[in-house]
Design a protein around this ligand. Structure first.
Ligand code: FAD
Ligand code: NAI
Length: 477
């Protein structure tokens, strides 16, 4: 067994872990990153959930399915005619796999360029600042790493439901739903959250009849109500059948169909699907990482307990990304990794947890940052609100994407922007200007006094900021 010494050992090469490793190396530390991910061919693959079965493959399929739906539904309006449009799922999946492959290989290259030791295998912490590495699935220690600091970035896995267990060919988790070999005629999705809406959209655009069964009575709880209402109505028009208040009772696979029993406000309901996706959240991968003797505190929901600097209860051991509190988002984990690396190097870095942007990559997209109007009202914060509908945007009209709105919430007395909420095409890009403005502590007036190029969708952000003081030009205030 080999024994090596490091300044930092990072466990996990997802967006939290690989970014930490790179930043530590940039700061002159000797770094190892241990990762156990194997792709479906059984080959090691860096990038964790995000690159392998999350952000990237889902966006590749969202893009392909969007192009298909656009060609089918909108080309004729532009005077473009085609003989017949077919979706070749095999080619679509191969493209997605090649995007994933290029990006995961890219992390290998970055690790080499930064002289990071990449160690494949399962990491386990033991007292004395040691990380033991074994092959995935066996307990035989292959390498022992002595280190001054440990950063746990072991991520999360899909929550499983006993009432809807994964069943080959019928009941899938999010990773399985990125691998369908054909378009199911009918598709059920348990959970109308980020995964349900994005993957439901992919298969709906490709021709499935999609029903989403959501347990809560409110759609997209975390979003601003005005925005979630706009998104809900738009999804309904596209054919996504979203049923709220739906409590799953049981599932059964019979005669190649998934029979789902659920209860809603009207009583017991039954529905059948060719395939079912379970998308009811993710849970932190905090088991199998260390024993009680390490003294690392875990909370009741299995997240590793950390303070705002991602320090665990054990000095020199940090935890970041999906395995700790906060939204399970790639960019949140990456920023935590940069903070931790810089703090190990003696810098005073921090993460602004109030300004984490959220995006749902449907069409239109939904994106927000900061407080909702409801949260401001509940907290007794006096606000002025400006909204601008995309239907009044020249560029949106020209592009044929006039659904949705931009909403800017500013403090009534200081005018400081407290939240920006968007339902529109390219909301994922538009929200970045709100994050920049809010990070600079801008007022609504600052945005209103800024010049935006015409014609752009960004002008809608400008108009919504103007509307905060009833000065929008292209709508009646
Ligand atoms: P992970 O990415 O889960 O990486 C953890 C890594 O640690 C894995 O490689 C794992 O194998 C490894 N590991 C675990 N335990 C050990 C161990 N003991 N030893 C060695 N290695 C170990 N987020 C966004 O921000 N935008 C999106 O558009 C988005 N889309 C998503 C779409 C889907 C379908 C899903 C499922 C998720 C999506 N997410 C998205 C969420 C995002 O993928 C996660 O927030 C992100 O991957 C978390 O990063 P992480 O580094 O904390 O963990
Ligand atoms: P989620 O937490 O976003 O949504 C899960 C939904 O399932 C919730 O609306 C919840 O009320 C519902 N639910 C829970 N139990 C249920 C039950 N028994 N029956 C019916 N409904 C039930 O989780 P999701 O969609 O699985 O995504 C996991 C994580 O991945 C999220 O934290 C999200 O942040 C991240 N992600 C981010 C994306 C993005 O940033 N665009 C895209 C996809 C995932």
């Amino acid at each position: 067994m080999s024994k090596k010494n490091y300044d930092v050992v990072v466990i996990g090469a997802g967006p939290a872990g690989y970014v930490t490793a790179i930043r530590c190396a940039q700061l002159g530390m000797k770094v190892a990153c241990v990762d156990e991910w194997l792709n479906r061919k059984g080959e090691p693959s860096l990038g964790g959930t995000c690159l392998n079965v999350g952000c990237i493959p889902s966006k590749a399929l969202l893009e392909s399915s969007h192009l298909y739906a656009t060609a089918n539904n909108e080309f004729s309006e532009h005077g473009i005619t085609t003989k017949s449009i077919k979706a070749d799922i095999g080619t679509m999946m191969a493209r997605k796999d090649s995007v994933v492959n290029e990006l995961t290989q890219g992390i290998n290259t970055l690790f080499k360029a930064n002289k990071i030791d990449l160690i494949r295998g399962h990491a386990r912490l033991v007292p004395g600042n040691i990380v033991n590495v074994s092959n995935r699935g066996d307990n035989k220690i292959r390498e022992s790493l002595q280190t001054d600091n440990i950063v746990i970035a072991a991520g999360s896995s899909p929550v499983r439901l006993e009432r809807a267990p994964r069943t080959e060919g019928h009941i899938f988790d999010s990773a399985g739903a990125l691998e369908f070999d054909s378009v199911p005629k009918t598709l059920g999705v348990i959970g109308a959250g980020a995964v349900g809406l994005e993957l439901g959209s992919v298969w709906s655009r490709l021709g499935s009849d999609v029903v989403l069964l959501e347990a809560m009575d409110t759609f997209l709880m975390a979003a601003d109500k005005q925005i979630s209402r706009a998104a809900f109505s738009s999804y309904r028009q596209q054919g996504l059948d979203i049923r709220l208040n739906a409590r799953l009772l049981s599932t059964e696979v019979k005669q190649k169909k998934v029979h789902v029993n659920y209860e809603d406000t009207r009583g017991a309901q039954q529905v059948q699907f060719d395939r079912l996706i379970v998308a009811v959240g993710r849970k932190p991968n905090s088991d199998h990482l260390f024993g009680d003797e390490m003294g690392i505190e875990i909370d009741e929901r299995e997240y590793i307990h950390v303070n705002r600097f991602c320090e665990t209860s054990v000095p020199g051991v940090y935890a970041i990304g999906d395995i700790v509190r906060g939204p399970m988002l790639a960019h949140k984990g990456s920023e935590e990794g940069i903070m931790v690396a810089e703090r190990i190097a003696g810098q005073k870095s921090s993460v602004n947890y109030d300004l984490i942007p959220s995006v749902i990559y449907t069409h239109p997209e939904v994106a927000w940052v900061g407080k909702t109007e409801h949260a401001c009202n509940t907290a007794g914060i006096p606000v002025n609100v400006g909204t601008f509908p995309l239907v009044a945007s020249g560029r949106a009209k020209a592009m044929g994407v006039s659904e949705g709105l931009v909403k800017v919430i500013a403090h009534k007395e200081t005018d400081r922007i407290l939240g920006v909420h968007i339902c529109s095409s390219q909301a994922s890009e538009l929200i970045a200007q709100a994050v920049v403005a809010m990070e600079m502590e801008a007022s609504a007036e600052d945005l209103a006094l800024t010049m935006f190029a015409h014609p752009t969708l960004s002008e809608s952000v400008h108009e919504a900021a103007l509307a905060v003081h009833k000065r929008a030009i292209h709508i009646k205030n």
